[in-house]
Design a protein around this ligand. Structure first.
Ligand SMILES: NC(=O)c1ccc[n+]([C@@H]2O[C@H](COP(=O)([O-])OP(=O)(O)OC[C@H]3O[C@@H](n4cnc5c(N)ncnc54)[C@H](OP(=O)(O)O)[C@@H]3O)[C@@H](O)[C@H]2O)c1
Length: 328
């Protein structure tokens, strides 16, 4: 198999960093399905992994990238054949198994999702784990009673990957979205993709009482820490919160009062461990009624060589939307 370019992450004397290198295709990954990678993407987890800021990677050296989409070259599993367009995200991708930042991916067939009709490979990676997480949160909150007539839906970390896609999806389904951002200059962009109102993170009055004024029917939390605590205090009766992120911290200090006096439900979202039937259902929704209407505004393309700089910017909270990585 040919040599391909790969962004491989090394641990040299406890210094973790990625480099663009040439790798023999035969050396990459393991599993029944080999596909030629067209695109990958950048998620917060990729930035933590690629810089060693988080202890994400369990095996070095490793090709980074928790997301990949491409065209099957060979398959030893009858569910897939050469020419099929596929998506592979989560599981051990970019963590303990070579990921999407290489021209070739070799993965277990059980991790592979056929590209749903209605999405291109580029769009699948503009969504990637971020879009999948936003859609899984919509799916699970709707199962717990979220509907547009209940009231406002808050989305924080609003200019981030998961949040921009969540705003677009929710607005498309008729929800009134309030976005909270640390980037006031992006208010116009957030309104364009569907936010009805935009609040500034820096001037947010969070209060300290165990229960504050009821404001939100539902919330999508990228941030954790103080903002998640504030959300628990300000949900309406039977409000539902999707907790999926820790961009602002891993602590959660709250009381039981929101849960026992307002029936607030805090729903954990783990995109990596979704069972395959639910995973396919969520991707099918992403290709149809949840497909964001402003993907072209939210996503932009970068190259493998740009990854190190992009990770650094992302970890400082300095990016907007989604970066799709062009591979081949
Ligand atoms: N549970 C899962 O399965 C799952 C899946 C995907 C992602 N995640 C997590 O979800 C979060 C968002 O991921 P992402 O890929 O969307 O990341 P991202 O694109 O970097 O977005 C994070 C956003 O959070 C805001 N932010 C950054 N630092 C902050 C701080 N100190 N305090 C408050 N807000 C801050 C920024 O938006 P503003 O400047 O607009 O406020 C930033 O754009 C991450 O924590 C990630 O690990 C979890």
């Amino acid at each position: 198999m040919d040599t391909c370019k790969a962004y491989r992450i090394f641990n040299e004397d406890n210094k973790i960093a990625g480099k663009l290198v040439d790798v023999e295709g035969a050396e990459i990954g393991a599993g029944e399905v080999v596909f030629s990678t067209a695109y990958s993407s950048v998620n917060f987890k990729d930035a933590l992994a690629g810089t060693g800021t988080g202890k994400i990677i369990r095996k070095f050296p490793l090709v980074g990238g928790i997301d990949a989409a491409g065209t099957v070259v060979a398959s030893a599993d009858r569910r897939f054949a050469a020419g099929d367009e596929v998506i592979c995200t989560s599981y051990d991708m970019g963590v303990a198994h070579d990921g999407g930042y290489a021209g070739i991916c070799r993965v277990p067939a059980d991790w592979v999702v056929p590209l749903p009709k209605g999405l291109t490979l580029f769009e699948a990676m503009a969504l990637g784990t971020a879009g999948y997480t936003a859609a899984l949160a919509v799916e699970l909150l709707e199962l717990n009673g979220m509907q547009p007539s209940n009231g406002k839906v808050l989305v924080n970390g609003a200019t981030g990957g998961v949040a921009t896609l969540a705003i677009d999806m929710l607005a498309g389904r008729g929800y009134a979205v309030t976005a909270v951002t640390g980037k006031d200059a992006e208010a116009g962009f957030l309104k364009k993709i569907g936010a009805a109102e935009v609040l500034s993170r820096t001037t947010l009055e969070m209060g300290t009482r165990p229960l504050e004024k009821s404001l939100w029917a539902a919330a999508f939390d990228s941030v954790g820490g103080e903002q998640l605590a504030w959300l628990t205090r300000t949900m309406q009766q039977n409000g539902v919160i999707a907790s999926f992120g820790n961009a602002g911290g891993i602590e959660l200090k709250t009381t039981v009062l929101p849960f026992i006096l307002r029936g607030v439900r805090l729903i954990g979202i783990d995109s990596a461990a979704t069972p395959m039937p639910l995973r396919r259902k969520v991707w099918a929704r992403l290709a149809t009624e949840l497909k964001p209407r402003h993907l072209a505004d939210i996503a932009h393309t970068i190259e493998l060589k740009d990854l190190s700089d992009y990770f650094a910017k992302m970890l400082k909270g300095g990016i907007r939307g989604r970066a799709v990585v062009r591979i081949s």
